[in-house]
Design a protein around this ligand. Structure first.
Ligand SMILES: C[S@@+](CC[C@H](N)C(=O)[O-])C[C@H]1O[C@@H](n2cnc3c(N)ncnc32)[C@H](O)[C@@H]1O
Length: 206
């Protein structure tokens, strides 16, 4: 069943006939969880201990990683290509008067091609849609609506190959812990209990 965007009492809601209404709210606990600063796995993967402080999130989604990275001290630009999700992100950022992360409506592949010369010293972060686990508990309603709207990122390999050709300093890909790497030969894998961050060093040939 399709989901749609509706304006109700001056707020945009993503609505689904079965799963109800949903909007992104950066004041909720998913976005405000406590953190351990540079000791967080994602901070290590993005190079915080080495002084890297600018991240381009190529897959903003619900903005959880982008907001978390900004709270860890990174300056984050987060790209989202789905217009419904982008509208919800924009509204959430406006409600909290957040300037970091900055959200942009863009297909990351086109954005990288346009900005490839400006990326030296920066970190590219990519979290494509995971295939759902067959045996997992039903995900929370937000995730069900989100998955329905966004679908699978079937072109993730193409974007990853493009990211590897930019002049960025690091390319970090989030994966389920047991999944194959999106591209072969990451130079390092930062392993958590359920997820992993694969690190690549781009070649600067785009
Ligand atoms: C798994 S979600 C990301 C979740 C996000 N990391 C978070 O913490 O909420 C993947 C998102 O990336 C977006 N996406 C995938 N490929 C993209 C591309 N080439 N350009 C822009 N957005 C993309 C999808 O539309 C989807 O919203």
């Amino acid at each position: 069943m399709p989901a749609w965007l509706e304006l109700e009492q001056e707020k945009l809601w993503l609505k689904h006939p079965e799963w109800g209404n949903f909007k992104i709210d950066f004041s909720e606990k998913e976005y405000q969880r406590p953190h351990r600063g540079k000791s967080e796995l994602i901070a290590k993967a993005c190079g915080a201990p080495k002084g890297f402080d600018r991240v381009i999130d190529l897959s903003a989604g619900l903005g959880e990683d982008a907001v978390f990275l900004s709270r860890l001290g990174f300056h984050v630009t987060a790209l989202e290509r789905n217009p419904l999700i982008f509208a919800l992100l924009q509204q959430a950022a406006r409600e909290q008067t957040l300037a970091n992360p900055g959200f942009q409506f863009a297909d990351a592949k086109h954005w990288l091609e346009e900005h490839c010369q400006e990326l030296s010293g920066q970190v590219l972060y990519f979290d494509p849609m995971f295939a759902p686990k067959k045996k997992s508990a039903l995900p929370r309603k937000e995730m069900r609506i989100f998955r329905e709207v966004v679908g699978d990122d079937l072109d993730a390999h193409i974007l990853a190959e493009c990211a590897l050709k930019t002049a960025a300093a690091r390319f970090v890909v989030k994966r389920p812990i047991k999944a194959d790497p999106l591209l072969p030969n990451p130079i390092h894998q930062f392993e958590g209990s359920a997820i992993r961050y694969d690190l690549y060093t781009p070649k600067g040939t785009l």
